[in-house]
Design a protein around this ligand. Structure first.
Ligand code: ZN
Length: 303
């Protein structure tokens, strides 16, 4: 069986964001019953035998592990252990990798990443803390389109190539071909398929074909509209120019995928400027009416 859980659903900064007084963040602070706080995006999959794999490692990871008892160490296995068998990285972005630094404490870790993402992290001296003793960190290099097994979980993962460049701190390693700096993940078990694509720069025919064969798709819901960020913070870029196709409007995710017959369609990676976060609003209603769901922290699915 393929078990999937969202441990966090917000884009970088979380909700509320520390330096943001936009309507969404203000409402979240004033009335969390209406607009709940959200951790930064983090997902996990696990097998029926309790082998867990993290999809990336966000800066909120310590809180997310404590909030999910299945991720706690078990006393019967000794004082130091974890059910987390590995971490699959889809990018070198800090919002998706800083959590690795929280998993030190001499715990052996297996990290799956593309060659260039590995190079970006290995060239940063902070990450040497994960390699203080022999066999502490095991890298498994992965490639777009090449399936690999998640340990003995029975879950097979195939990286989906996405266009994207290395993050600002590692720009010198680029330019990149699609699938080097940014991946989606296709997860399969017992014939059931789930696509995890929290960062989608464009809907290509290849990506449509992947989605069409899935039972569940988790899709980039960073921005509602192309100009949303620049409307909130003057001088900031358009959604498309930073690799996020907006949810609404012409050429948007909902428009381009409206004919897609997939049982579970979920938006994730919601930026704190996105009006869909207010469940009283017309944008939220439009998403639900179109057959999509807004992912929330703790959302899970068993396929
Ligand atoms: Zn805000």
């Amino acid at each position: 069986m393929l078990n999937f859980r969202l441990l966090g659903t917000a884009a970088g900064g979380g909700i509320p964001q520390w330096n943001c007084a936009c309507q969404i963040c203000a409402l979240c602070r004033q009335d969390p019953q209406i607009l709940a706080p959200r951790f930064q995006l983090q997902a996990a999959v696990w097998s029926d035998h309790g082998e867990w794999f993290l999809l990336n490692a966000c800066p909120d990871l310590r809180f997310q592990i404590e909030a999910n008892p299945e991720l706690h160490p078990e006393g019967r296995l000794g004082n130091r252990n974890t059910p987390i068998q590995g971490i699959i990285l889809t990018t070198a972005d800090l919002d998706q990798t800083l959590g690795l630094l929280l998993l030190r404490e001499f715990q052996p870790l297996t990290v799956y990443a593309t060659a260039i993402v590995r190079r970006a992290l290995e060239s940063n001296s902070f990450f040497r803390m994960l390699e203080r003793v022999p066999h502490q960190l095991t890298w498994v290099e992965i490639q777009a389109g090449v399936p690999f097994n998640l340990g003995h979980s029975g879950i097979v993962c195939t990286p989906i190539p996405l266009a994207g460049e290395m993050p600002f701190y590692a720009r010198e390693l680029g330019p990149c071909e699609p699938g080097q700096a940014s991946l989606g993940l296709l997860l399969e078990s017992d014939g059931q398929r789930l696509a995890y694509t929290p960062s989608v720069p464009e809907i290509t025919e290849d990506l449509r074909a992947v989605y069409r064969a899935c039972d569940a798709i988790l899709v980039d819901g960073t921005f509602w509209s192309d100009a949303e960020l620049s409307n909130t913070h003057c001088g900031t870029p358009l959604a498309r120019s930073i690799g996020h196709i907006p949810m609404s409007g012409q050429g948007s995710t909902m428009a381009l995928l409206s004919d897609l017959d997939v049982p579970h369609k979920i938006f994730v990676h919601l930026n704190n400027t996105n009006p869909v976060l207010d469940p009283r609003g017309e944008e939220y209603r439009a998403v639900i009416d179109a057959g999509w769901q807004i992912g929330h922290d703790g959302w899970q699915l068993a396929l």
